[in-house]
Design a protein around this ligand. Sequence first.
Ligand code: 6GU
Length: 242
Amino acid sequence: MKIDVLALFPEILAPALQTGILRRAQEADKLAVNVHHLRDWATDKHQSVDDYLYGGGAGMILKPAPIFSALADLNREGTAHVIYLTPQGTPFTQSLAEALSLETHLILLCGRYKGIDERVRDRLITTEISIGDYVLSGGEIAALVLIDAIGRVLPGALGDYESAQVDSFSNELLDYPHYTRPAEFKGMHVPEVLLSGHHENIERWRYAEALKRTAERRPDLLQQLELSAEDVAILEAAGFCR
Ligand code: 6GU
């Protein structure tokens, strides 16, 4: 997977790309990330990349020419999936991260100021993505969120592959509670079933806890699932009515 990022503040991404799973994915050649400075494609003597709005109004937007030139250079084969990060985009989810992890080349365009000229979106953008219902000062942090979520599900990127399979959202549920040693800490006890060595009971307990936690914290996620009769029984026994 190759990812090109086009940004006005490329330095925001550098430290996270050099750390942890993203670092290892790159060292193992599962992932190649190149961060580019949009200003490198500016053509005037002030290297300007932004301009005032036609029709008036406060703020500046990114001009089309530098972005068109940059994307022509970065997408020579024309095969890249070009993503614009914007609060107006499709909400980013685990399933979108997994779908994007199957692409071979992504280009992430990070906006700044009030956005970009609409003609860039009309002509060059494949998909617009938002990471949530709030406004960031630019797309760089959102791009990093995408790269992190995609990078950790790339085949072979995660040493402990299983932990990506069972964590929150991979089965559409929030994760169950975790405990490590000691079995008693400040008077608080690890649930007995986890000490029992009975793997079937442990799996059942974990599944029930994930289900209850999701019902309590994210009922909107449960609404989207087909619950089995056992699921309903677990939830009713715990006082959740549907
Ligand atoms: Cl992708 N960009 C910006 N600037 N703000 C956001 C966002 C993206 N997603 C949520 N808020």
